[in-house]
Design a protein around this ligand. Structure first.
Ligand code: BEZ
Length: 323
């Protein structure tokens, strides 16, 4: 009889636990960076903390390297609610509203600290909130540091870039810049870049130091140009269809935890870039430095064009102290 009572008690406890287990849900977070990249590492660390803090109710599975599609496909999936979360470049946003492109203004900021100041400033925060018009909930900005240039040929002056196929993110801001430089901008999503560079389909690329080393673009490089000519912001977003289906308590946990991870990412980039540049300088690949003047009239031309495209550009310049 005592055993029967104990067994019934255990059954009652198990039954009480079932609703909690049933409310646990797997969510998916997509991104185009490979596993060793800061974005992917940050996503995984964030996911681990959220699982812990929500007692396993919110399990965010990470899909790196564009496994769920390119950014255009991921954005569409988020708009229908087929994808829950993503870390996205501003590429698809710029293609829908030019103002997002102003964040990539050449030499708007001079280092990662400047990029952080812009991304946490009022204009960028306004753009984050406006992502609702794209069916997204903007949860915060991160970034991939500053953009550099990796070329297969020997480069000394900007003339050595003329007519060269330079891989860019499919985004008008970058296309305009490289057209003005006199190169042949070649849009290509990140996961396709290694093969295209190794096979000579492109002569070079706009990229970060981290990817240059970790994805081994350096193995096919003739010159690395330390240009730090623009930042590459990353928007951490949730699907506006999925977000309200997550309990208020769990949404609050996500909103409370994510900013710390993004801030750490923004803070870490200064060191990450210095470390990877050091590694790259340790190879026999030529490394040169380029500044705004090195690019000739291209930067001024870019501003002339983009002041017409985005009224927010002037605001960002004022926030950066560049006016
Ligand atoms: C790129 O497409 O160049 C890129 C995208 C995300 C992070 C870093 C680089």
């Amino acid at each position: 009889m005592i055993y029967l009572k104990k067994a019934l008690g255990a059954l009652a406890i198990a039954a009480a636990l079932i609703p909690a287990a049933a409310s646990a849900k797997d969510y998916r977070l997509g991104l185009i960076t490979p596993p060793p990249h800061q974005w992917t590492k940050t996503a995984q660390a964030f996911s681990d903390v959220i699982a812990e803090k929500t007692d396993g109710r919110v399990k965010i599975l990470i899909f790196p390297s564009g496994q769920l599609g390119n950014e255009s496909q991921m954005l569409q999936q988020m708009q229908t609610g087929a994808l829950d979360f993503a870390f996205l470049t501003v590429g698809e946003m710029v293609n829908r509203r030019a103002d997002y492109g102003a964040l990539l203004a050449p030499y708007l900021v001079k280092d990662s600290a400047g990029a952080k100041a812009i991304l946490t400033g009022p204009t960028a925060q306004g753009l984050l909130a406006d992502l609702k018009s794209l069916g997204l909930v903007g949860l915060g900005w991160g970034m991939a540091g500053l953009r550099q240039v990796v070329m297969a040929n020997d480069v000394s002056t900007v003339d050595d870039l003329k007519g060269r196929k330079v891989r860019i993110i499919p985004i008008q801001t970058e296309r305009d810049f490289w057209t003005m430089v006199g190169a042949a901008p070649t849009p290509m999503p990140l996961p396709a870049v290694y093969d295209a560079f190794a096979n000579g389909q492109v002569d070079g690329m706009q990229i970060d130091f981290e990817g240059t080393w970790n994805s081994r673009y350096v193995d096919h490089a003739g010159t690395i140009i330390e240009s730090s000519h623009m930042m590459l912001p990353m928007a951490a977003v949730a699907s506006a269809r999925v977000w309200p289906t997550i309990s208020e308590e769990d949404r609050k946990t996500i909103e409370a935890e994510l900013p710390g991870f993004l801030e750490k990412m923004l803070d870490n980039y200064e060191q990450i870039e210095a470390e990877y540049l050091e590694k790259l300088k340790g190879t026999d690949v030529k490394v040169i430095k380029a500044d705004r003047e090195w690019f000739g009239p291209a930067v001024d031309q870019w501003y002339e064009e983009w002041h017409k495209k985005s009224p927010l550009l002037e605001k960002l310049e004022a926030e950066a102290g560049n006016l």
